[in-house]
Design a protein around this ligand. Structure first.
Ligand SMILES: [Zn+2]
Length: 288
């Protein structure tokens, strides 16, 4: 009987496979789940125009939007990652490095060198969470330490922008843990010599990176909503067997509790760093 036949219109709507959103055109926001045109996101510095969610961006992009156009010169590229433990797992360390290099176009998880910011020469290091979670192995540590030494030698401002969810790089064992002390000591020498160090913490900045150079800035700036901490919230929750406060380890929570100095939206980051350096340099070192 015709009454039990499905309606033709119904069939039309359900025909064919559901199409995926083409990721080269649209991106779904991780916070409000709205679809945004990539072109619009790009123009908005990869910040959701609807809810203000700050997407992770590459180290190359970060340099491009923060410093004077084309002014960055990468340094310390002669230092290459070794495999001191000859680490083997489901994937070897060498395989992981190879795949990270292909994905990011970087040879390590940090770009370090000099750039100009509003015409002033600055020492810069930017980590990238796409490269083995931006974790700190011996190369990343050595590059940060040498950058601090360069900043002492030239007495120029030092800026790091961290996107490191991985902390110390376990594939290098104790060699990676040593980088925490080495980078901290180098930055300590720089600050003692009278330099100004601005540390920007973006999503995520965790573990050994936060517990060393990233938290030592004369000024600590965070992007809105960034996850910043030592152990991750899941580990802490399981260890203490208690629910964590709302917003735990997010920028806003940490500012309220005094760990960071200011939360700055990505569009304002460049101008705020310029202003801070001008003011602090004048305050600390006079007009030079
Ligand atoms: Zn959104």
């Amino acid at each position: 009987m015709s009454i039990f036949k499905p309606k033709k219109r119904f069939l039309l709507f359900n025909r064919g496979k559901k199409k995926d959103v083409p990721s080269n055109i649209l991106t779904k926001c991780n916070s409000c789940y709205k679809l945004i045109l990539n072109k619009q996101l790009e123009e908005n510095l990869w910040v959701c125009p609807n809810c203000g969610y700050h997407f992770s961006i590459s180290a190359q992009k970060r340099i491009e939007i923060t410093f004077d156009a084309g002014s960055f010169t990468e340094m310390f590229t002669e230092i290459h990652t070794a495999d001191p433990l000859n680490f083997k797992g489901p994937k070897t360390y060498q395989e992981k490095l190879k795949s990270a290099r292909e994905t990011t176009g970087m040879d390590e998880a940090v770009l370090a060198g000099v750039a100009s910011l509003n015409g002033r020469r600055v020492a810069v290091a930017v980590t990238d969470s796409r490269f083995i979670m931006g974790s700190m192995g011996s190369v990343l540590g050595e590059r940060i330490a040498r950058l601090a030494e360069l900043a002492i030698e030239e007495m120029i401002p030092l800026i790091t922008i961290s996107a490191s969810g991985g902390g110390a790089r376990m594939y290098e064992g104790m060699f990676s843990l040593m980088q925490m002390a080495k980078t901290s000591a180098a930055i300590g020498r720089y600050q003692k010599a009278g330099g100004i160090y601005i540390s920007v913490l973006t999503n995520p900045t965790m573990a050994g990176v936060l517990a060393s150079f990233a938290s030592l800035g004369d000024v600590l700036i965070a992007e809105p909503g960034a996850l910043i901490g030592f152990a991750g919230p899941r580990v802490i929750k399981k260890t203490i067997n208690q629910d964590l406060p709302e917003g735990f380890q997010r920028s806003e929570f940490l500012q309220e509790h005094g760990l960071i100095d200011m939360i700055i939206e990505r569009k304002d980051l460049r101008s705020i760093i310029i202003r801070l350096i001008e003011d602090l340099w004048f305050y600390k070192r006079g007009l030079d």
